[in-house]
Write a protein that binds this ligand. Structure first.
Ligand code: HEC
Length: 91
């Protein structure tokens, strides 16, 4: 009897944990977001980036200009940064 009781308790707790996790799940942040926060706040403040509101084309040009200024970034990271900023500013 006691083992059955314990199994029921474990199942109830497991269900509560699973339901709890499901409702708290937040949308996965865009991979470009963390990159912007780390890569774009070394030469100037992140405020500079947050004040700008550009189209995808202008962000492409701007981020390429930052690379000319000395920004260290891979092509893949650059694409993620531009994508994140373009989506952010289109909302
Ligand atoms: C190596 C240094 C450096 C890094 C790293 C850097 N910037 Fe800049 N940024 C500059 C300089 C210098 C200026 C001012 C001259 C200019 O506008 O070209 C500037 C200006 C800006 C401006 C304002 C001018 C404009 O065109 O609107 C924005 C927006 C900007 N940066 C965005 C970014 C973003 C986004 C990143 C990260 C992907 C970044 N920066 C990383 C050097 C840097």
């Amino acid at each position: 009897m006691e083992i059955k009781y314990a199994i029921v308790v474990v199942l109830v707790i497991a269900t509560m944990v699973l339901v709890g996790c499901g409702s708290e799940a937040e949308p996965t942040p865009h991979p470009g977001q963390a990159l912007v926060e780390t890569k774009c706040s070394t030469c100037h403040s992140i405020v500079q980036v947050n004040n700008a509101k550009y189209s995808r084309e202008i962000w492409d040009t701007t981020v390429n200009r930052m690379v000319m200024a000395g920004l260290q970034i891979t092509d893949e990271q650059k694409a993620q940064v531009i994508d994140y900023l373009a989506i952010r500013d289109s909302q």
